[in-house]
Design a binder for this molecule. Sequence first.
Ligand code: CP3
Length: 329
Amino acid sequence: MTRRLLEALQRRPVDRTPVWMMRQAGRYLPEYRDLRSRHSFQEAVSTPEVAAEITLQPIRRFALDGAVIFADIMTPLEAMGVAMSFDPGPKLRPHTLREVIGLSDLDPEKVRFVGETIRRVRAEVDDEVAVIGFAGAPITLLAYLVEGGGSKEFMELRSGVAADPAAARDALDSLGRAMHSYLTVQTDAGADLVQLFDTWAGLFDRTTYAELCLPAARTALAGLDVPSIYFAPAAGHTLDLQPAIGAAGYGVDWRVPIDEAWNRLGDVAIQGNVDPAILRTDVDTIQRHVSDVLDRVGDRPGHIMNLGHGIDRHTPVEHVAAFVEAVRG
Ligand code: CP3
């Protein structure tokens, strides 16, 4: 038995390019919207039966090589005493760096539901399908904690980090250790690989990235039993630095062509990088963009096909099928 996605992540040759999509379980699927009409987002995440069902929805429809567990990057923070709601993004009280440093450690007992979801998904999917766990990277979690939710410019975060880098380092280090525990719960439950989402790392200059964001991401991933993928969108200016994180593979968005991104990253596996907007166009355009990525990769082992960011909620379901079929050939 081989899991193509795991083989490619370790840069071993595979019979065809493995494919999955970030946010593959979500609002573009009518069956997801139907389940969500009966459960709040947090209730769905923390109820293994429901979370496993949502994880499996895209697997039933499309011939995907990976099943990414339904949860959110903010989920483990709730287990560290942070109260929040989702509307649809996370909303919480803005935290100071000191308050983040003072958060309680992650109690694995409080995130047992994630392990249970993983066990249920593993029992349901074909052997060939890789089960993908995930966490948010420390600077991305800090971004939501400091701002109290999403933001256009993340001014509080950027000015707070610049004003007190020592406190930022401590806050990031403690989030890195907490995410390491959270990822360990997932690997102990049977996740085949994990992805670290670093959505907001690209906001920072190279020096701040190298000195603060990167070491904390490395702490989250160091010493896990399974290979990992690190993904920072809009962070092309940091690609040459990223491999010091120690992940096996790196996700890249659509802003840099995949062959050029791979040259900047060096000897690692790569994931991406079709623009999610392409999935809203038409089947011909989708096929053309998939072929372009595959042509740029050529016969180099170590490529996992994905979008350059999460799938957009207005994506027609038939276009997702066309994307997956275009990769499988
Ligand atoms: O990829 C998957 O299918 C697994 C589940 C998953 C979700 N969020 C479910 C979700 C994953 C991996 C995430 C990661 C996540 N969450 C990130 C990193 C990736 C990225 O998009 O950059 C971030 C920044 C968040 C924070 C977050 N959670 C936002 C900004 C939102 C708002 C709306 C949106 O869809 O972007 C959420 C809510 C959320 N998380 C939804 C889902 C399916 C929508 C919930 C709903 O209204 O039903």
